[in-house]
Design a protein. Structure first.
Lengths: 177, 338
């Protein structure tokens, strides 16, 4: 049920309930606040990056009810009652025995799949979504279905290798599905 | 970004009422285009009507063997639906040629029809644009127009419609279902988008207060004789410079029925039914495709940067018809053009 609260100087606020990385959050937001700004500015979850802020780079990719989306193009108020996973919560989706990282996080390190690292949280969230979707069956298809994530350092070949390895070996497959 | 208020109706009648109730109210669904336009101060709604809770997410079989896609069916859910992939692979292919996986997970069927042009001048509120502010002029005609239209333009606007999905829908004779204050009606996809004329601010023929509820794709059977060929500046995640949706039915080695729609070159998916009809009965060979391409591109005019589209479109049409007749549709993951 949509609930409004008292108008303040910032305009009317709307109450939004979100499950973020498994934890319930009950927040009040103005209707023009994006999910990305709520995560970063409102809740301090700065792992999700703001790259272009226009849906052209994928740095802000998060999982909304398990589906990868651009958080910069979602108004937070439209996400009421939905579950969000950010890079901060990816490891808990599927902790491996050793360091407690998600297999994709391990694979990105194994393959040196970054340089500056700014696109990496979005790349990894996107890859979690890609594996859960189940439509990529080759390295070429990984590249095509990861095309919504730009890497200005140009680590693409290593990113594709990392994602393809996890997809092919199935080490991250079942948990995401 | 402008300040606006927000409502979240849960039924179509309530949404239509909310839309009519406040001047400047706008619908939001996936938001993948609208939120971007809000950030640029191009969209300036007084109120957003969030229709995500409306029961419009189903893909239903129709009596004739076609499909009806609810307005809120996401691009991904449409493209990967088994019935869509089997009955309308042209549609699935076109959707998967567009945007990125993230955007396709959020963007909706109705929103895809209603997305605005990506003309740079439209997106910049500091420069004139007849589509954004009627009467201010069109700097694109003599400016940066590499991505812009060569068909269906007017002296007031040379914007393109950016959709891939709509190009396939046009070729498939889709029908748009809408509900408004005066009730329900249907609009042929080919009549839905407008050429600019002297009203470039009007992208489509929706009446004020009307809401798209579904897009119906009638039964057709082109088998493997289809293709969606999209040519662009990078292999993925870019708007079309030229795209071609082609479907052919062959009978005894001759063309029985042909449908071709162009994207990236006009303010709406571009078809020419007369030119298609002229090819019925013709032998499927290159000379016929070239003659067809010339008829479909009749009257095309470049504006400098986009002059190349005339030759590119001609070659793309010929290539697409070759692919469709051969039954070798363009792969959307292996982008080599066969």
């Amino acid at each position: 049920m949509l609930q409004r609260t008292d108008a303040s100087q910032r305009g009317e606020l709307y109450r939004v309930k979100l499950a973020i990385n498994g934890a319930p959050h009950d927040v009040e937001v103005a209707p023009w606040v994006t999910l990305l700004d709520l995560l970063r500015e409102g809740l301090g979850l700065t792992g999700t990056k703001k790259g272009c802020d226009h849906g052209q780079c994928g740095a802000c990719t998060v999982l909304l009810d398990g589906m990868r989306v651009n958080a910069c193009l979602l108004l937070a108020v439209t996400c009421d009652d939905r579950a969000i996973t950010t890079i901060e919560g990816v490891a808990s989706l599927e902790p491996t025995a050793g360091g407690g990282l998600h297999p994709l996080q391990d694979a990105f390190m194994d393959h040196d799949a970054f340089q500056c690292g700014y696109c990496t949280p979005g790349q990894i969230c996107s890859a979690v979504g890609l594996i859960a979707e189940g439509h990529a069956h080759s390295r070429d298809e990984v590249r095509e279905l990861m095309s919504g994530n730009l890497c200005r350092c140009g680590a693409y070949s290593n990113i594709a290798d990392a994602v393809w390895q996890v997809l092919r070996d199935g080490t991250a497959g079942e948990g995401g599905r | 970004m402008i300040r606006f208020d927000y409502v979240r109706p849960t039924s179509v009648p309530d949404a239509v009422k909310a839309l009519a109730a406040k001047p400047g109210a706008q619908v939001i669904a996936g938001g993948t285009n609208l939120v971007d336009l809000l950030k640029y101060d191009v969209a300036k709604p007084s109120r957003l009507i969030d229709i995500n809770r409306l029961p419009l997410r189903a893909i239903e079989d129709t009596a004739d063997g076609g499909l009806k896609l609810g307005a809120l069916v996401t691009n991904a859910d449409a493209a990967y639906d088994v019935r869509v992939a089997q009955r309308f692979p042209l549609l699935a292919s076109a959707i998967l040629a567009g945007a990125s996986a993230q955007l396709r997970n959020a963007a909706t069927t109705g929103g895809n029809l209603l997305q605005r042009t990506r003309c740079l001048y439209f997106y910049d509120p500091h420069v004139p644009c007849n589509k954004r502010e009627p009467g201010t002029g069109c700097p694109a005609r003599t400016g940066v127009n590499r991505n812009l239209a060569v068909l269906g333009t007017s002296e007031h606007c040379i914007a393109t419609h950016p959709s891939d999905m709509c190009v396939a829908l046009a070729a498939l004779n889709a029908v748009v279902h809408v509900t408004g204050p005066a009730g329900e009606r249907q609009i042929a996809l080919s009549d839905f988008h407008r050429v600019p004329g002297d009203r470039p601010d009007l992208d489509n023929t929706l009446e004020r207060g009307e809401l798209i509820t579904a897009v119906e794709v009638p039964f057709s059977d082109f088998g493997r004789h289809y293709t969606y060929l999209k040519l662009r500046d990078r292999l993925s995640y870019a708007f079309a410079l030229v795209s071609v949706a082609a479907a052919v039915r062959l009978d005894a080695g001759r063309i029985d029925e042909l449908r071709v729609a162009l994207g990236g070159v006009a303010p709406k998916p571009w078809r020419n039914l007369e030119a298609e009809g002229l090819l019925a009965g013709a032998a499927p060979e290159r000379r016929a495709y070239e003659a067809f391409a010339d008829r479909l591109l009749a009257g095309a005019q470049g504006f400098g940067d986009n002059d190349f589209k005339l030759g590119l479109a001609r070659r793309a049409i010929v290539r697409a018809l070759t692919q469709a007749v051969a039954g070798t549709p363009q792969s959307q993951s292996d982008k080599r053009v066969a």
